[in-house]
Design a binder for this molecule. Sequence first.
Ligand code: ADP
Length: 632
Amino acid sequence: MTTETLEFQVEARQLLQLMIHSVYSNKDVFLRELVSNASDALDKLRLEKLRDDSLDADVSDLHIEIDVDKDARTLTVRDNGIGMSYDEVGQLIGTIANSGTATFLKELREAQDAADAEGLIGQFGVGFYSGFMVADEVTLVTRRAGESQGTRWTSRGESTYTLEKVDDAPQGTSVTLHLKPADPENQLHDYTSPWTIKQIVKRYSDFITWPIRMVPEKGDSEDAPEPETLNSMKALWARSRDEVSDDEYHELYKHISHDWREPLETIRLQAEGTFEYQALLFVPSHAPHDLFTRDFKRGVQLYVKRVFIMDDCEALLPPYLRFVKGVVDAQDLSLNVSREILQQDRHIRMMQRRLTKKVLSTIKEIKTKDADRYATFWREFGTVLKEGLVTDSENRDAILAVASFATTHAEDEPTTLAQYVERMKDGQDDIYYITGESRQSIENSPHMEAFRDKGIEVLLLTDAVDEVWVDAVGEYEGKKLRSVAKGEIDLDGEKDEKAEGEREKQAEDYAGLLGWMREQLEEDIKEVRLSSRLTVSPACVVSDAHDLTPALENMYRAMGQEVPRTKRILELNPGHPLVKNLNQAYKEREDRSGLVESAELLHTLAVLAEGGQPKDPARFVKLVADRLERTL
Ligand code: ADP
C-alpha cells in the first residue's frame, strides 16, 4: 500500500501547535470531544440507513468503545458509525472548514497571555485536534459505511499527516491516542487508568444516547472480561428537573453547541396532550462570531422518540431567536420527516409559537430576577432580538418588555421603554429617539441641541435594525416613537402668544432667504425652514416624518434594492450670527451670486454635523480653504 504524506492547511497547523503546547488547563475535555464526534457519527449512520435501506451497513449494535492499554500507553475511542472515505479524511481532518476558526486564530495571536488564550479556546472548541493536548501521536482508522476500503490517518501534530488505504478496517472510526509520558505528579489525569476514564465519561458524556463501553483490564483469569457500559444514556430532556444537575445540563449544551463555556440559561419545556414533545433549550452566554453572517447555522436539534433526526432544525424557532441552542424531542412525527415537511407542518408551527413564548418569558424572568445576567444577555443578543420587533408582531409586546436602549438619561445604564415613559416630562407626548452610527456621533448631533437644552430624554439607537423597528412599532403605550431628526419639532408645549408673534415676525424677515436658498440647493433639498431644534449650530438637515432616513436608504441600496434619493429639509437657526448675517447680506445685495457658495457651505456643514458625507468632498475642501485664505 502506498502512503501519502500531506501538509496540514495553515490554520490547522496553527491550531495543532496550540494543542501541542497546550495552554488549556482542563485537558480531560479531549475525551468529551472524541466521544461527541463518535456519537454524531452513529447518529448519521442511523439516519442514512433509515433514508436508504439498501445501504450496506451494520446497524444492529451501534455503540462507542473505549480501550486503554497501560503498557503501550494508548487510548482508543472507537465507533461503528458512518466513518469517512479516503477523501473525506483529508478534507475533514486535514483542514478547518469552520469560518469562525480563522477569526479565532487571529484573536489568539493577539491574545496577551495564557489566560486570554485559554478563554479563547474555551470559546471555540477545537474538536478532534484536542487529542493532541494529551497525545504526541494520533492514529485514526476509518471506513465509510457501505464502502469496502478503509483509510489510516496518522500525525504527530507537526506540519504533516499521512494517509494510507487499508483493507481490513471495520466499519466506523477508531481514534488511537499515543499518550504523552505519564506525569507522576498528576495521577488524577492518568488516561490509561480505567477509573479516570470512567469519571470523565460520567462527567461529560453521560447523556450520550449511545452506549459507551469499556473493556476492563484483564484479570488473572483467562476469560475475556465483559465490557461495561459507562453512561446512563438517559435523555436529559425526558428526565425531571430534580434528577438532573446543572453540570449535566451544561455538558449537554457543550456537546450540542460546540461552545466550551457554560450557557447563560437552561430552559425546559414538557408539552403533554395530543402532540407531545419535550424541549431542552439553552441561551448561550456569548454571541457566536458568525451570528450575523448569511451561513450561520441556526436552529435546534430535532429528535423523534429519542432518535436523532437533524441538526439545525430551523422550523422550531424564528430567525430572531437563532442564538438559542438545544434539543426538541417530538413523540408523533415520522422518523422520515424532512425539512420541507417541517416548514409546513401545523404541529410544528404550534411548537414554534409555544417555544418562542417560553424563551421570551424566560428572558423576562432573567430580567426581573438578575440584573447582571440580563445585562449580559442584552449585550450579546439584544441586536438579534430586536429583529423580532419587525418580523413577529404577535410577540412584539413581549420583546419590547425585555428590550433596553441606550439613553441620554444615563451614561452606561440602558433604559426600558416603560422606564422612559415614567420619566417623561409634563406635557411631553412622545418618546424621542435618534439613530446613527455610534453613541458619540449622535449624542453631539445638532438635532439634539434643543432636547439637551430642555432636559428632554432621547433614546440613542445605534444598531442597523433600530432604523427599521422604530417604524414598524410606531408607538408604545399610546406614546408615539419620534425621531429627533424627522419632521417638525415643537418642544414649547403650551403656545405663548408673545413667542408666537415673535416667530411670525421672524418668518416674514427670513421668507426671502429661505425661498432663495431652496432654489440654490434644489438638487438635494426640498424645503428650507427655520428651526426650533437648534440652539448652538447654524443649521441641520432633517427628514420628513415619513421619509426614509439616509441610513435606511443606504441599507436598501446595499441589499441591491433601487430606492429614489430622498430630498431632505434644511433647517436654519435664526439665532446664529452666521445665519443672521447671511440674511442681512441677502436683503442688502442686488447681485447674490457671491452668496451661492455660502448657501452651499452651510448645507454641507449641516450634513457633516449629523455624520454624513459631503457630496463632493474635494469641492467642499476647496471652498473652505478659499474662505480661510481670505480671512488670514
Ligand atoms: P467538529 O466536530 O467541530 O466538526 P472536528 O475537528 O472534531 O470538528 O471534526 C471534523 C469533522 O470530522 C467532523 O465534522 C466529522 O465530519 C468528521 N469526524 C470526526 N470524527 C469522526 C468520527 N468518529 N466519525 C466520522 N466522522 C468524524
